[in-house]
Design a protein around this ligand. Structure first.
Ligand code: ZN
Ligand code: ZN
Length: 255
């Protein structure tokens, strides 16, 4: 399974070239995109033809995780009018896009929007498990792995993506030993501002150790936090490899 970081930004940043949360997973010809935040569409389209995506899976209804669905919709409508893309996200996602454009049916013209619920589903050769996480009224974290041909679920190492998450323990049921943990670290080395419903480095480090993660990829750090201090705050609690990723970062997830 190949991971391309399309966007790693938080809701706002002073880093030129940064783009909002978006992570592309590919397995042979199959692909799935986790989130599609602000500015991510251009990098996505420079990486693969967005019309070929198996699905876009949206973690929660904050625009820094879904707003470039507008660009994807326009791209399909005007450049690829015979293609549609499956979008799986929390209830109400299509209504928000339609309202933004003040146009009923705006989403449905090019996107097949399905309601995300807890449980396991398939996108091509990917198996995706979704669990609710503390953040918004309907926020999710995901585990993505290669589906087994026989259909036995979730037996291979995979990628666990936190989405935005206010309680690291919510991800314990998702992660398995040997998984790669792609986690938000909005508040850098910490502490998290009370009520913010995000993670910091110590929480991510403890999580990685608890679940036996193979390695940690940190993302979604807010501006103003020191990157090295953030990485060190995870390393202080987790023995494995820790990196802070940026758009353009690519790696292979063993499976
Ligand atoms: Zn966010
Ligand atoms: Zn959020």
């Amino acid at each position: 399974m190949h991971l391309d970081v399309i966007g790693a930004g938080p809701a706002y940043t002073d880093r030129p070239g940064a783009s909002g949360a978006s992570y592309l997973l590919r397995l042979g010809d199959a692909s799935v995109l986790l989130d599609i935040g602000q500015g991510s569409f251009a990098r996505l389209a420079a990486t693969i033809d967005p019309a070929t995506l198996g699905a876009v899976v949206v973690s929660h209804l904050h625009p820094d995780h879904f707003i470039d669905l507008v660009a994807l919709r326009h791209y399909l409508r005007w450049e690829q009018p015979r293609r549609r893309v499956r979008v799986i996200g929390p209830a109400g996602l299509d209504g928000r896009l339609d309202a933004l454009h003040d146009e009923p049916g705006f989403s449905a013209a090019a996107l097949d929007v399905e309601t995300l619920t807890e449980g396991t589903f398939r996108v091509g050769s990917f198996e995706i498990q979704a669990v609710r996480v503390t953040h918004t009224a309907s926020g999710f974290g995901f585990r993505v792995s290669e589906a087994t041909p026989g259909g036995e679920p979730l037996t291979r190492p995979g990628l666990v993506y936190s989405g935005d998450c206010g309680r690291a323990e919510d991800l314990d049921v998702l992660a398995r030993p040997g998984d790669t943990l792609l986690s938000e670290v909005s508040f850098g080395p910490g502490p998290v501002v009370p009520g913010a419903e995000h993670l910091d480095g110590p929480a991510v480090g403890d999580l990685a150790t608890r679940v036996g993660a193979a390695r940690v990829l940190l993302t979604h750090i807010q501006m103003g936090y020191d990157r090295e201090a953030t990485i060190e705050s995870v390393r202080a609690r987790f023995d494995g490899p820790v990196e802070l990723v940026d758009p353009g970062y690519a790696t292979t997830i063993p499976g």
